[in-house]
Design a protein around this ligand. Structure first.
Ligand code: 3HC
Ligand code: NAI
Length: 707
């Protein structure tokens, strides 16, 4: 009996019922071992005359997380999942799926192939394959529409979002009110089976494409084209589901299989599957282990109730953690708290929060102007002005008032955490927690470890991030850390191209066509051009060898063109509108600056030149960051870019994109422009040592292990 050796599926027979219990932690991913176990279990149950019914269930809090994504890169895959499901559906004894927890992807497809499905009311199921750049490939696109309506099936498959089982009455034969009642309800359900209804094959249900269903398809297609610009899989999902209405079950399955393979063989699928693991790998860091103690975070303080302080405070209040906000003056405090209330009220107006939730979150927030009120907090996050002297004063005061063991964090976007730590007598408790704006919305958190930050503090902050629903990435200290350091060459090249004769619209178009949510000039206008201006002023040691650095942007700011907030930046804006309108004056300024600085303006700047200079420069900086160990692995950089900068997830992040293009190509194109651009190229487009080395060795960023 194969399943006796199979640890992934436990097989037991009692009172004529053979129960196949999946027990492959953590999520019952349908690996080969599990598939072999299921097939073997079904075969055994069919052979055993004492068995009249088969139950498939799970010993874990989840039914199954779907196909084993790590197997997608190859290996011995037989028996494949569709074979397992074929065996289940065509079994001559009734097969029930009992779901003690969620079922996703192939996990739900297993349940759909069973003859009956039982679960409890609070449970959720989903077909999230689209998030991996693929579509349900084990009959999900054919079986779900046979049990749920077209609208629901399309929504689930095209968006990949989990759906409450109570919204799927046609899919579940019995929904227990509570998980505790699942066992009893299953027994009763089994007893209610009659020879007529014992075997219900989903594939026997016939579907046709009515005018009404066609209208649903048209509406979902139009909406999907708009909502998923650049993604390959969503429209393929629709095509596969259409087959359920226009083809026989067998042909629908074949069509699904063909479309599944079409999706699987794309760079997008590789990128999205890479990203699935990248996001999880960000939490695997070597700086601490399971024995490292963790501190408890029950009370938090935020210094500075400005743009960032307010947003950061909301994250903690949302997680039920009390926050004390400290400002120098009462007015600033009141203003900060009023803005938070306004944000919550807006969410309530949109129906995202109830008024009670608004009040309970506000009740967790208190304000003070006295450091004495911070004596018992577990974590302080400083978000005051970006000035080293101000930060040091704050930290030296915190050092005096905070209890031993309190974590002292800075939200600085650029300043040296090691230097900030010197203002305290406890550098081991000092860390950077770099939130992104708007801090209550953006999922990314760069956790910046300084030289002396203790493992305990790092571990506590990484775990705390999960509690406040952030994706934390651990990085090292350098100017701008990972994200902002890489955005510098990106912005620099965009600005230089403007000086050389490209238009802002062309540059922005190339980057949005690549998949960025907006181009660098629109982004600059949104953030405020004055911010970059002050950064350049304060970084003269880095840029003074290039008199043309940021020249056009500097002139724009000097003319009061600070971006969206002043109605004029690199573009013009109508009052109340965010739509950028090109302004010939900007091109004139660029022309004058080019003449003044002796830069030749060209009319032959191609889209490829823009992409290479802007995007490959960003990647080149990523390579330097990796080599310096500021990021521990290339996938961490990818997570930072997708969650912090809207880098298209279908490209997997900048480093995955570079690996996909091939580092040889990246190097060759970068050096071509370096050589073409003479002195400028030598100054700024020199490939990093790691890029050169990996390109020469035929390596990838992904396979590079920092020493
Ligand atoms: N395959 C392989 N590994 C998986 C996996 C899967 N389907 N699902 C989760 N894992 C791994 C994770 O990588 C993680 O590993 P780690 O501990 O080494 O980092 C571990 O299981 C736990 O995962 P999470 O940290 O994500 O655990 P959560 O409890 O937060 O979430 C979950 C559980 C909701 C199931 C989430 O893991 C998830 O969304 N998984 C993917 C679901 C999915 O996309 N399924 C479709 C797969 S494709 C498919 O089925 C194709 C079919 O149609 C043919
Ligand atoms: P802000 O100017 O909106 O807020 C700063 C607040 O700190 C003000 O309310 C000010 O009154 C208060 N403050 C100043 N000195 C203080 C002191 N000594 N004690 C107590 N309060 C004091 O600035 P913002 O944008 O919130 O930035 C704060 C920090 O966050 C900076 O270090 C900045 O670099 C960083 N940051 C900013 C991001 C952004 O997009 N705005 C993104 C990520 C980090």
């Amino acid at each position: 009996m194969t399943e006796m050796e199979n640890k992934a599926v436990e097989y037991a027979v009692q009172h004529g019922v053979a129960t196949l219990t999946m027990q492959s932690a953590p999520v019952n991913a349908l690996s080969r071992a599990l598939r072999v176990g299921l097939i073997g279990g079904i075969d055994d149950a069919l052979r055993d005359d004492s068995v009249n019914t088969i139950v498939i269930t799970s010993s874990l809090p989840i039914f199954s997380g779907g196909a084993d994504i790590s197997e997608f890169s190859g290996g011995d895959l037989s028996p494949i999942l569709p074979e397992v499901l074929d065996k289940i559906e065509n079994a001559s004894k009734p097969v029930l799926a009992v779901l003690p927890g969620p079922a996703f992807g192939g996990g739900l497809e297993v349940a759909l192939a069973c003859h009956h499905r039982i679960t409890f009311a609070d449970n959720k199921v989903g077909l999230p394959e689209v998030n991996l750049g693929i579509l349900p490939g084990a009959g999900g696109t054919q079986r779900l529409p046979r049990l749920a309506d077209a609208q629901t099936s399309l929504e689930m498959i095209v968006t990949g979002k989990p759906t409450s089982v109570v919204k799927l009455p046609g899919v579940f034969d019995k929904i227990s009110d509570k998980p505790e009642h699942l066992l009893e309800d299953t027994k009763n359900y089994l007893q209610s089976l009659t020879p007529e209804n014992a075997i219900k094959r989903t594939s026997d249900i016939a579907l046709t494409m009515s005018d009404e269903t066609q209208a649903v398809f048209d509406a979902v297609t139009a909406q999907t084209k708009k909502a998923t610009r650049g993604f390959f899989a969503p429209l393929k999902c629709i095509e596969a589901v259409r087959g359920a209405y226009t083809l026989s079950f067998e042909d629908g399955l074949k069509n699904e299989g063909k479309l599944f393979m079409e999706c699987m063989n794309t760079p997008q699928a590789r990128a999205q599957q890479h990203f699935f693991f990248a996001e999880r790998a960000a939490g695997h860091v070597s700086d601490f282990d399971k024995n490292t103690p963790e501190r408890s975070i029950e009370k938090v303080a935020i210094i500075g109730a400005g743009t960032m302080g307010g947003g950061i405070a909301m994250n903690f209040a949302n997680a039920g953690i009390p926050v004390t906000m400290l400002e120098l003056k009462e007015e600033a405090l009141e203003k900060g708290l009023a803005l938070i209330r306004k944000n919550y009220e807006n969410s309530a107006k949109k129906g995202k929060l109830t008024q009670e939730q608004v009040e309970s979150r506000m009740a967790l927030l208190s304000g003070t102007t006295s450091y004495d009120d911070l004596a018992d907090v577990d974590l302080v996050i400083e978000a005051v002005f970006e000035k080293m002297e101000v930060k040091k004063t704050v930290f030296s005061t915190l050092d005096k008032v905070c209890k031993p063991g309190a974590i002292l964090a800075s939200n600085t976007s650029t300043l040296d955490i090691d230097e900030i730590a010197t203002a305290t007598s406890r550098p081991e408790d000092v860390i950077g927690l770099h939130f992104f704006s708007p801090a209550n919305v953006m999922k990314l958190l760069e956790v910046v470890k300084a030289e002396k930050t203790s493992a305990e503090v790092i571990k506590t902050c990484m775990k705390m991030a999960k509690r406040i629903k952030k994706v934390a990435v651990l990085v090292g200290v350098c100017f701008g850390f990972v994200g902002n350091r890489m955005i510098e060459p990106y912005g620099r090249e965009a600005n230089r191209l403007l000086l050389e004769g490209a238009t802002p619209e062309q540059v922005d178009r190339v980057l949005t066509e690549f998949g960025m949510p907006m181009g660098p000039f629109t982004m600059g206008d949104m953030a405020g051009l004055d911010i970059g201006y002050y950064v350049r002023q304060s970084r003269q040691e880095y840029i003074s060898h290039d008199p043309a650095y940021g020249a056009v942007a500097d002139r724009l700011v000097e003319k009061g063109r600070n971006g969206l907030k002043t109605g004029r930046g690199t573009y013009n804006y109508e009052p109340g509108s965010r739509v950028p309108i090109p302004d010939p004056e900007v091109l004139e300024i660029a022309k004058q600056e080019a003449e003044r600085l002796g830069v030749e303006q060209r009319s032959d700047i191609s889209d490829e030149e823009i992409l290479v200079r802007v995007m490959y420069s960003l990647i080149n900086e990523g390579a330097a960051i990796l080599e310096e160990g500021i990021a521990a692995k290339s996938s961490d950089i990818d997570v930072i870019y997708v969650y912090g900068y809207g880098f298209p997830v279908y490209r997997g992040g900048p480093m995955q994109y570079a690996d996909e293009v091939g580092l040889g190509t990246i190097l060759e194109k970068l050096t071509t422009y370096r050589d073409q651009l003479g002195e400028y190229g030598k100054m700024w487009l020199e490939p990093s040592d790691l890029l050169v080395k990996l390109a020469q060795d035929g390596g990838t960023f992904k396979s590079y292990q920092a020493k």
